[in-house]
Ligand binder design. Structure first.
Ligand code: ZN
Length: 416
């Protein structure tokens, strides 16, 4: 029925930046509304996106509702004969949802079912499901997958192979799925595709440009930012953030980063972001080659000590910015990040003043300026936990600057 017309080697080995590799299936090999013409499984960060492409756009309301057919992807890992998970797109009055079935490794029968919403997006004939391998209990490593559509006999189902002779899809069989259904399309025609879930490692963000003083005001989140590190205070900041389940952004000075890979990796391991704050805290508002050298040298050092993290945000020392500087930083793929709440903690006003300036000044989308380097930072250090508690009590969440601005993450993938 289905002819697999491309190899599958591209998937899994290098998901980062890999093209959205589509396994093609000729249109019309199963004549009906759910004729599958392609499928892909792509890793993007810790998540996977499974896309099924039908031969034409199907209005959401006409997609299977669980009674008149199915449109499913199945996943297996470990023992080659095992079927472990099947996800079916189902149309309901309030939108497209996913029936998430756990299947018996021996019989293929459903042993558990959950309903998941908010995972499906439809764009023309493409239906994509966002998968969280952890939530689906799919382990890191090799997996096998296939996709399958079934629908009832009728005007839509010209290819009326009797249900009883329907070919099963090789290693991932789905007992009972085809009863009473006349048309089936599978991809691949038999067997499965090889895939892999790799460990995703935060590697910064994709190139960005321009300059902002704050994030969007619609969401009740703020970005705590700490400048002028790393310093001897930085590890304790990272611990306090983790203990309070909050994330922040550290704008770091390149020459201080040298030899401090452990601190940098600890910052990232806590889910925090790192930004570029020049090589030696120079005023680079004049732009030009001097600014370019200060910034690019710092990014290169950050990448080297972290094993590949590339920042996409830059904060000009002293807030000394200019259009020529923004043009230099943008050219290097970095968005210039100022702030709208200044604690002036560098003047050492004491913990209470730092807390009240941060909490009193914060609004939705605020970028709050503090420091972890450049002087004795005991006051700021003591203020972090109270600031988080008080802002959280007011309903604020804590995000990194790239998250606040919706900048796209870069990931590296490891199969070890
Ligand atoms: Zn600074």
């Amino acid at each position: 029925m289905a002819l697999l017309s491309c190899t599958i080697a591209a998937f899994g080995a290098a998901p980062a930046g890999a093209a959205d590799h589509v396994h093609a299936d000729p249109g019309g090999d199963a004549k009906g509304r759910l004729d599958l013409i392609g499928a892909s499984l792509v890793q993007d960060g810790p998540g996977l996106t499974l896309t099924m492409i039908t031969s034409g756009h199907i209005p959401a309301a006409s997609l299977p509702d669980g009674q008149r057919g199915t449109l499913c992807a199945a996943f297996a890992w470990g023992d080659p004969s095992a079927a472990r998970r099947r996800l079916c797109v189902v149309s309901q009055a309030d939108g497209l949802i996913v029936h998430d079935n756990t299947l018996s490794p021996t019989t293929g029968k459903i042993t558990g079912q959950r309903t998941r919403s908010g995972l499906v997006t439809q764009s023309g004939p493409r239906l994509s499901i966002a998968l969280d391998p952890q939530a689906l209990e799919i382990p890191l490593g090799a997996l096998r997958w296939n996709v399958r559509s079934t629908w009832h006999r009728g005007a839509d189902c010209v290819n009326t192979a009797p249900a009883t002779t329907t070919t099963r899809t090789g290693a991932i069989a789905a007992a009972g799925l085809d009863q009473g259904l006349g048309c089936v399309d599978t991809l691949p025609d038999s067997g499965t595709f090889a895939g892999r879930v790799s460990r995703a490692i935060a590697a910064g963000c994709l190139p960005s440009s321009g300059q902002v003083f704050n994030g969007p005001r619609a969401r009740k989140v703020v970005a705590l930012t700490f400048d002028d590190g790393p310093s001897t205070f930085t590890p304790s900041y990272v611990k306090i953030l983790a203990a309070n389940n909050a994330r922040a952004t550290f704008f770091q000075i390149g020459q201080q980063v040298l030899g401090q890979g452990a601190i940098e990796r600890a910052i990232l391991a806590g889910g925090n972001a790192i930004g570029n704050h020049t090589w030696n805290h120079a005023n680079v508002s004049g732009g030009g080659g001097a600014a370019q050298s200060q910034i690019s040298r710092t990014s290169a050092t950050l990448s080297s000590v972290t094993g590949g993290y590339k920042p996409c945000i830059f904060r000009p020392p002293y807030g000394a910015t200019s259009s020529s500087l923004v043009s230099v930083s943008s050219g290097l793929g970095l968005k210039s990040i100022l702030w709208d709440v200044d604690t002036n903690d560098w003047q050492l006003p004491g913990m209470a003043a730092i807390i009240s300036r941060a909490v009193g000044g914060a609004r939705s989308g605020s970028i709050i300026l503090m420091h972890d380097g450049g002087g004795p930072r005991g006051g700021t250090q003591a203020a972090i936990a109270p600031i988080i508690r008080q802002l959280r009590a007011k309903g604020y969440g804590f995000v990194t600057v790239p998250q606040l601005l919706g900048l796209k993450d870069r990931w590296r993938y490891s199969n070890s």
